[in-house]
Ligand binder design. Structure first.
Ligand SMILES: *[C@@H]1O[C@H](CO)[C@@H](O)[C@H](O)[C@H]1NC(C)=O
Ligand SMILES: *[C@@H]1O[C@H](CO)[C@@H](O)[C@H](O)[C@H]1NC(C)=O
Length: 542
């Protein structure tokens, strides 16, 4: 109840202030694409303030952004106090003055956390910000737990990547950091919820005025922020709506875990697990679902990736796209992602392998599927193309088109899914090139691989590789090429070889997708026309 009371005490002076962590800062600390508001338009996110944010050993400075939304001067005082293990860290310093006025333009300031490096310790510290107007003043406390190590350590790595070989620093960090990060995700979701609740209140302001600071009762716990919404009832998605940030998506998608029943493990990786199960909605109607989750030993980064990648296709509705149905973050170490499912559906890579008589990753064998004809293959490719065409029309680049990220039903209809957990479930398809980022190297277009440039044309390249996977029944692309050599190999003009039994016309299309310059690759509509024509020709001969 503490935060509720604190919310009631929010003085009106703070109604004209923003204090937040920018997208870049949240990405750096937690690997999430989101802003974290401590104060948004005066509303204090006490939920977020209450959590101790772990600061890994690799990060030695914190950035805060603030802005006064009023033209009246807003005086502040800043201080930082080391609460424990002060022998491990010098007093933190700010790169702005300890007192002054909050600027009316957004300003980012920095807190330096200078570890002494003489001992290893977890240092608890509090950064206090006191803002006053007229007679009243409010103090906000930002609590951090900084990991200090003994020796100098490597510079910060990109946090949006899966750590490959954990260093001692990572292990040290994992114990104290994991829960904190997830709690913060919950806090982000809570903030989004309150922002929405406020909007709602504004809409009904006449009746609600007296209780302007009372939090909506539906926001009390992570489980009940929002009721589950059937995706089919959502209105058509506008492009701008697609751009909503992750926190909003998580808040909107949150469902109660008690409504989910797990039945059997469908796939299992090192830290990721996929279950079949059922979901019961408010009216107790059950539906089949697929559940993606991580094991309890998963790192914070892996959890963040699960949520981020799992929410990638949220809000998109197309018969060739499988998007997430719900999220549960009640268990902070192992969030759930739910997808609509059907008994006959299968992961396309596993399906193709089964066509060859190969099973991997604990996938149930089942009856071997009937042999695939070229006609089947072209039709399946056309389905994937339809899905991708739709994603691009919604201004979404998939960036990881591959058989492993597609679903196929018993009538060989294909859907594109997100790539959450794919790194873990198909480890052979992802590689690190010494940069700690696990990427689908052999599906990436040259410019995506070397310059990290993604465009619709990079998705077209990957679609070409998908076509190759279909015709080879999921052989590994460039099996003989070392991942480190792939860029040079492609630059020298080498490409995947024509699969046996693959008609020349079809291989020509693939090769066209792998043109060096993105501008030289076919567009999806061009590809669609060609594949349709080719499909028609094939049916004519049957
Ligand atoms: C303080 O540091 C931040 C982040 O490094 C920087 O963006 C900002 O310009 C600095 N401000 C001042 C006054 O030096
Ligand atoms: C905040 O600053 C004002 C003005 O300097 C001071 O009067 C007040 O006591 C401070 N509040 C707290 C809680 O430190």
């Amino acid at each position: 109840m503490k935060w509720l009371i604190l919310l009631l005490l929010v003085p009106s002076c703070l109604a004209h202030l923003n204090v937040y962590l920018s997208v870049a800062e949240v990405m750096r600390l937690l690997g999430l694409t989101a802003e974290l508001f401590y104060v948004r338009d005066g509303q204090i996110n006490v939920y977020a303030l209450n959590f101790v944010v772990p600061v890994p050993a690799t990060i030695n400075e914190l950035h805060f952004t603030w802005q006064s939304l009023t033209r009246k001067p807003l005086p502040y005082t800043l201080s930082a106090e080391v609460k424990s293990n002060s022998e491990a860290m010098h007093p933190p310093t700010f790169n702005i003055s300890n007192e002054g006025y909050v600027p009316t333009e957004p300003q980012t300031w920095r807190v330096d956390l200078p570890c002494m490096r003489t001992i290893a310790a977890e240092v608890d510290l509090t950064i206090s910000l006191n803002v006053s107007t007229g007679s009243s003043s409010t103090t906000l406390h930002f609590r951090r737990k900084k990991i200090c190590l003994k020796e100098a350590i490597r510079p910060a790595v990109r946090v949006d990547s899966v750590p490959h070989a954990p260093t001692s620093a990572d292990i040290f960090y994992a114990g104290s950091g994991c829960a904190g990060g997830i709690i913060l995700i919950a806090a982000i979701a809570a903030a989004a919820c309150r922002a929405r609740a406020r909007k709602l209140r504004r809409a009904r302001s006449d009746e609600q005025d007296a209780h302007a600071f009372l939090p909506d009762s539906s926001c009390k716990s992570a489980a009940s922020y929002t009721s589950y919404r059937r995706p089919t009832s959502l209105p058509a998605v506008a492009a701008e709506e697609r751009a909503r940030d992750l926190q909003q998506r998580i808040a909107e998608l949150t469902i109660q875990r008690c409504r989910v029943r797990l039945r059997s493990v469908a796939m299992e990786g090192t830290f990721g697990r996929v279950y079949r199960g059922t979901y019961a909605d408010e009216e107790a109607r059950e539906q089949e679902v697929l559940v993606k989750t991580v094991a309890e030993h998963a790192s914070q980064v892996q959890v963040s990736l699960l949520l981020q990648e799992g929410c990638m296709l949220y809000g998109l509705h197309h018969e060739r796209v499988l998007s997430v149905l719900g999220v549960s973050i009640e268990d902070q170490t192992a969030p759930f992602l739910l997808y609509p499912w059907d008994a006959g559906w299968r992961n396309m890579k596993l399906f193709l392998l089964a066509c060859r008589g190969v099973t991997i990753g604990g996938a149930p064998g089942g009856a071997p599927p009937p042999p695939l004809t070229t006609q089947h293959v072209v039709r399946m490719a056309l389905h994937a193309l339809d899905g991708l065409l739709y994603l691009h029309s919604q201004h979404v680049l998939h960036k990881d088109i591959a058989a492993r990220n597609c679903i196929v039903d018993e009538n060989l209809r294909v859907m594109i899914a997100d790539n959450a957990l794919s790194r873990d479930l198909f480890p052979a398809d992802y590689h690190c090139l010494g940069d700690n980022e696990n990427r689908p190297i052999k599906w990436l277009a040259l410019e995506a691989l070397t310059k990290r440039q993604f465009s619709p044309a990079a998705d077209v390249w990957a679609l070409g590789v998908l076509l190759w996977e279909l015709t080879t029944l999921a052989h590994q692309p460039y099996a003989e090429v070392d991942p480190f050599e792939v860029a040079a190999y492609l630059r020298d003009g080498y490409r995947l070889q024509q699969p046996a039994n693959c008609p020349d016309e079809l291989f020509a299309v693939m090769a066209y997708c792998w043109a060096m310059s993105p501008d030289d690759r076919p567009t999806l509509p061009q590809l669609q026309i060609f594949l349709r024509d080719f499909h028609t020709q094939l049916t004519r001969f049957v």
